[in-house]
Design a protein around this ligand. Structure first.
Ligand code: GLN
Length: 286
């Protein structure tokens, strides 16, 4: 006897039983049957074809195991841009949009002439550890005339970023290498980074096993990469340039202190969507 075909409604029940959020389940199912969420709501009795069933159930199983939705769908929206995302890169977080917004806020102050009205040359920006290219592309989208550079130590990540730049029509300058070592000899007016900052013994780490550890975990209580970036920053930034960093919820004062020690002034913070102090930055004196 043939098995009863899986309906939309039955799939959503299965998702609930496996602890998968309804929204995630609908997005995966929509992808499997190539229909919108609205369509799924209106067609709860639709019977999936065997191929659709196989695809949807595979994704559901993966999601239940904790694989990020973005990896299963192969995409993630970030600051209004649709990015291609693979397991080679960190799944861009909405919290990181805070860093983008802050960079756009300090932008006029970072302009080479000190004002946006008559810049003598395009603003030079760097996204350190770009991953999918999320931050760099969001900045380039907002300021197409700026010269936006992006570096990453992972060639596989850079390939994802490059694909995103091409498909979005947002040209960036890419560099392979570790932090400032990737952009030897260049100086920037604004630099941003969402580096790895999770400590090796962080209890949240097991939930993040599907993402590249090199994008998440750092030594020295999660501060090693933040410190490397801050220490070498002054020799790669113009006078008056801003350095804005994302960090862990309890790292704001350590990051602020490192910035002060490196000679930065006007140290400030920004909060993420849950109200944690998630970003700290400063600028070099003019
Ligand atoms: N914000 C991410 C998380 O806590 C970590 C990103 C990072 O280490 N840069 O899941």
């Amino acid at each position: 006897m043939a098995e009863t075909p899986l309906t939309v409604q039955a799939f959503l029940h299965q998702a609930q039983a496996q602890g998968v959020a309804r929204l995630d389940a609908m997005l995966l199912l929509g992808e499997a049957v190539q229909q919108s969420r609205t369509w799924l709501i209106a067609h709860s009795e639709y019977a999936l074809t065997p191929i659709e069933t196989q695809q949807a159930m595979h994704w559901l199983h993966q999601r239940a195991l904790g694989v990020p939705l973005a990896y299963l769908l192969g995409r993630r929206e970030f600051h209004g841009l649709m990015l291609k995302v693979t397991p080679a890169v960190l799944d861009p977080r909405p919290d990181t949009e805070t860093l983008v917004d802050w960079a756009l806020e300090v932008w006029p102050d970072a302009e080479p002439t000190g004002g946006p009205s008559s810049p003598s040359r395009p603003l030079r920006v760097l996204d350190l550890g770009t991953g999918s290219g999320a931050i760099a592309l969001a900045l380039k989208a907002a300021h197409p005339l700026a010269q936006v550079h992006a570096c990453d130590a992972s060639p596989a990540a850079l390939e994802v970023a490059q694909n995103n730049a091409t498909s979005l029509g947002l040209p960036l300058t890419f560099h392979t290498g570790h932090w400032w070592g990737a952009v030897h000899g260049l100086r920037f007016d604004l630099a941003v980074a969402n580096p790895p900052y999770i400590r090796e013994d962080d209890p949240h780490l097991p939930a993040l096993v599907h993402e590249p550890a090199s994008a998440l975990v750092a030594g020295q209580q999660g501060l090693a990469d933040l410190w490397s970036i801050i220490e070498a920053a002054p020799s790669h930034l113009e006078a008056g340039a801003w350095l804005l960093l994302e960090h862990g919820h309890d790292q704001a004062s350590a990051v602020a202190q490192a910035l002060v020690e490196a000679g930065f002034v006007d140290i400030a913070h920004r909060h993420d969507l849950s109200g944690h102090t998630r970003c700290t930055g400063g600028r070099l004196p003019r």
